[in-house]
Design a protein around this ligand. Structure first.
Ligand SMILES: C[S@@+](CC[C@H](N)C(=O)[O-])C[C@H]1O[C@@H](n2cnc3c(N)ncnc32)[C@H](O)[C@@H]1O
Length: 226
C-alpha cells in the first residue's frame, strides 16, 4: 500500500508549476517531499532529488522507501554536479534557498542548461536578481504565483527557454504578477510599504539620503496598487 503524502501550501504551489510528464531535478530537495508528492500524483516521468547534506539525503531515501515510489532517484551532492550525461532532465526546481545561491548553482554548471527547458524557482528573497539572472541565461518568465503560509508570502517563478525583454519594473515586481495584481500581490506590496515606513521612522536625520530613497520607493510601490 502507498502512504499518500501531504505537503505544505508552499510546496503544493511549486508542484502546480511542474509540467505533466516532466523529468525534474530538485536541487536542495531536503527530505524529497516535493518529488514524492509529484511521483505519487503521477505528475512526473521521474525525479532526481539531490541535496548537499548527508542527513537530508538519508531522510529522503527513507521517505522514498516508505512512500513506495519507484521513479525518484535520491543523490548526495552540490548543485547540478550530481547530474550525469545519461540523465534525462528537462526541468530544474530550486526552492527554499537564497537568490545568490540559486544563481550560482545555475551559473556554475551552465552547460547542463542546454538540456533544460523549464526552471522553477522559489527564492527566499531578491526575486529581482533571480528574474534578471535567469532571463539573461536565455529563459523567459512563463508563469508566476504567490502563496501565503504562516504569514509569509512566497513568490514562485516558472522560466521557460526563450527570449523576452523585460523592463526594470517587470523584473522587480514580476511581469505575470503585475498583470494579475491579485489580493496576495496587493498584500505583499502593502507589507513592504509598512516595513519601509517603520525603517523611515527609525532612521536618524544623518541618514537623510536613505530616508528619502525609501520614501521614493514607497511612493512607487503605492502607485502599483492604486
Ligand atoms: C531550506 S531547505 C529547502 C528544502 C526544499 N527545497 C523546500 O523548498 O522545502 C534548503 C536545502 O538546500 C540544500 N542545499 C543548500 N545548498 C545546496 C547546494 N549547493 N546543493 C544542493 N543542495 C543544497 C540544504 O542542504 C537544504 O536541505
Amino acid at each position: 500500500m502507498q502512504h499518500k503524502l501531504n505537503i505544505s501550501k508552499r510546496l503544493l504551489a511549486i508542484a502546480r508549476m511542474v509540467d505533466k510528464s516532466s523529468s525534474i531535478i530538485d536541487v536542495g530537495c531536503d527530505h524529497a517531499l516535493l518529488d514524492i508528492y509529484l511521483s505519487q500524483n503521477k505528475q512526473i516521468k521521474n525525479a532526481i532529488a539531490s541535496d548537499i547534506k548527508e542527513g537530508a539525503i538519508n531522510q529522503a531515501k527513507k521517505n522514498v522507501l516508505i512512500s513506495n515510489v519507484n521513479n525518484v532517484d535520491v543523490r548526495l551532492g552540490d548543485g547540478l554536479n550530481v547530474l550525469n550525461e545519461a540523465d534525462l532532465v528537462d526541468t530544474i526546481v530550486i526552492s527554499g534557498m537564497g537568490s545568490q545561491k540559486i544563481i550560482s548553482i545555475l551559473k556554475e554548471n551552465n552547460t547542463w542548461l542546454k538540456k533544460i527547458n523549464t526552471i522553477i524557482i522559489q527564492s527566499n528573497k531578491d526575486n529581482y536578481n533571480i528574474r534578471k539572472a535567469i532571463t539573461s541565461m536565455g529563459y523567459y518568465i512563463k508563469d508566476e504565483s504567490l502563496v501565503e503560509e504562516r504569514q509569509i508570502i512566497y513568490v514562485i517563478i516558472k522560466f521557460e527557454k526563450g527570449k523576452l525583454k523585460y523592463s526594470n519594473k517587470q523584473l522587480r515586481y514580476g511581469p505575470v504578477l503585475l498583470k494579475r495584481k491579485d489580493d496576495l500581490f496587493i498584500k505583499m506590496i502593502k507589507a513592504q510599504v509598512s516595513k519601509n515606513d517603520v525603517i523611515i521612522k527609525k532612521l536618524p536625520f544623518s541618514k537623510l539620503f536613505l530616508k528619502v530613497s525609501l520614501k521614493i520607493k514607497n511612493f512607487n510601490l503605492k502607485k502599483e496598487i492604486r
